[in-house]
Design a protein around this ligand. Sequence first.
Ligand code: ZN
Length: 277
Amino acid sequence: MSSKLLIGYDVERIPGRVPGEKWVGRKVPEDSTSVFLKKIVEVHKELQVPATIFMVGCNIEKHLAELEKCLASGMFEIAQHTQDHYPLKTVVEETGSRVFLRGLDFDRMEEQIGRPVALLKKYLGVECKGITAPYTYYRGLSDRPDILEIISKSGMVYTRSYGRNSLDYFPLDWGIQPFFYDRQGFPGILECPVQGWLDAQWRHDNGWEKWEEYHSYLKAQVDRLESMNMCWSHLQHDWTSILFDENLHWTRKFIEYAAQKMEIKTYYDYYNWKKNG
Ligand SMILES: [Zn+2]
């Protein structure tokens, strides 16, 4: 059976805060979200390939026109990336950039997770089915049943929160495949781990302009996974996608290549396939 590819775009540019320009080492266009949303819809329409957009809640109202176009194309699922992009868990990288990020206080969790669900419903009529967690974590939310409970209460059925290895870094091995949070008492919530290198970290470490090399890395993963009957959850951001590639040339090239060899689904379609399969 062919492997599955889930493409998720974290749409999160918050000028002055996300991404940290000090960490990026350069200026990132303030209008990244607009530029990205206007162009990505054309790419997916043209290639007839589905994807999921994970929006930070605080930007939903500012980008309704673009998001409506994405929905109208029939190619996109829209889900969320929390209200303001704070880490849900503390990150302590033991290698690489050795970043330390303090996790959000629990008393703000409900607001940060619940608000985007309400906004997507109110402004776009979208039932938000999933959440991608800012920065991703080792073991995802396996050790946080308290957060899973909030996610479950908000009506969501999948998370994408496991993106780091035991050094709280990258890459995450492909052996970490999607799993339901049965042991935590939430058998209805599917975790879709983000394997490999996060695009931002690979490009931060190797050079933001090195699209060709990054593309080769992605292609090699497609070739390797093609016949392994696995699921690969791939992550790109609004701002990374247009950085040194405003016309999404490389993003299009990757999707074209992957679509020949893997079955591409939205996260929610994958959830349903997994649940019923
Ligand atoms: Zn993010």
